[in-house]
Design a protein around this ligand. Sequence first.
Ligand code: NAD
Length: 444
Amino acid sequence: MSTLTSYDPSTREAIGTVVITTAEQMPALVTSSRKAQKSWAALSLTQRQQIVTQAYQHLESVQDQLAKLISQEMGKDHQRATYEAGGTIQSAAYFAQEITAALSNEMLDRGTELQYRALGVVAVISPWNYPLAMANNLLMPALMAGNSVVLKPSEETPLVAELFVNTLNKILPENVLQLAQGDKQTGQALVSSDINMVAFTGSMATGKHIMANAAPGLKRLVMELGGNDPLIVMASADIDAAVQFAVASSFENTGQMCTSTERIYVDARIADEFERKVVALAGRYKVGPWHQAQVNIGPIVNHKQHQNIVAQLQDATRKGAQLLLGRDDYTSPFIQPTVITGITPDMLLEQVETFGPVVVISHFESIDEAITRANDSPYGLGAVVFGGQDAHAVAEQLEAGMVGVNQGVGGGNAPWVGAKQSGFGFHGTAAGHRQFAQVRVISQ
Ligand code: NAD
């Protein structure tokens, strides 16, 4: 029996251990999932809504434990972890209701009926950065549509997933929701097994592997992938508001967020003031382990990702970028709040997702140059522009699934959606919920 140990990224202390689901065990697990799915799909949508809502109510009893495990396993500060756990659990009843409305049969013209049926077994493969919320966003619509679900959580956060699934399973019928623990190998075995859909949130590179692996079976895919989000700050912007956003968005969740600001293009005419204020604000952030008071930048999730951030910073300084804030001793597992300027298109910081607490600044002379650089990327998750009346016209030209004007992306009950290689398929809203179902048209 192989096991996976979960470590606190701040201290490298072991927190707990889970049993790995091996490739050999996967076919039997998926067969039991498929068997359970038949009777689950035979229930009415309203019955499933009732059971799912009740199961999520049960999670309230472990809400504090879930928040603590989120902090312990991936280093998120206590307040943010509490918000993630509370937000997921407290919004569940509303979420289930919204999904029910989206998946209810619709009558079209001349007696034609549109139905949203189950697909079968859905593999939900999730990342570590929001270990509860990301799994939940895909898992709930999949279950509600009458599918059974096998959740493969990140190997960085197996204990959050274990508590989440075990608690839901006190109410859900047997085997409708199962857990497959392990790393990439477990994920690969699950994608290759006899499943009908993969709902995935994670990096672009893994998304490409999954797509290739799912292709022979033409398995359905929803892919929520990485981002390299630009922020354009125009000369007409409210500079103080832009500074607040730039720092908060670059540092949110220690920069480990798919829509955190990764690249800032600021008009050269206001760049000095912008940078001075960014440095002043960024310097007030406090770095440390999750349980220390007032910490708002935690550890980097693991050594490999820490090295990746350091390599990107060193690449940039070697090529001429200047460090305005931050130390270059890079003591793992923390990265001090960092502000770097003079970024050029040949630098890794511009080209790939960094996923760390780094404010990355370039100056532009013309707005066309800023738009070209913002769009010159395979990623297209989010993009933000700060400016006056002229900002909206710039937003229209940005190649991203979600664009914010003088604010962050998303909100307003909109779908969470990426463009270009940041993914396809999406979740949220009726259109998102329906991606976990097979449309069936009955004409009579
Ligand atoms: P990752 O791609 O390394 O891993 C994600 C999951 O995929 C893990 O459970 C992992 O074990 C599994 N996996 C890895 N290789 C696999 C394979 N070949 N086959 C099947 N499963 C495999 O990503 P991560 O480091 O956990 O998460 C960070 C990434 O997720 C970032 O790129 C971030 O931008 C992205 N993300 C995107 C969104 C979004 O909504 N678009 C949200 C959160 C995170």
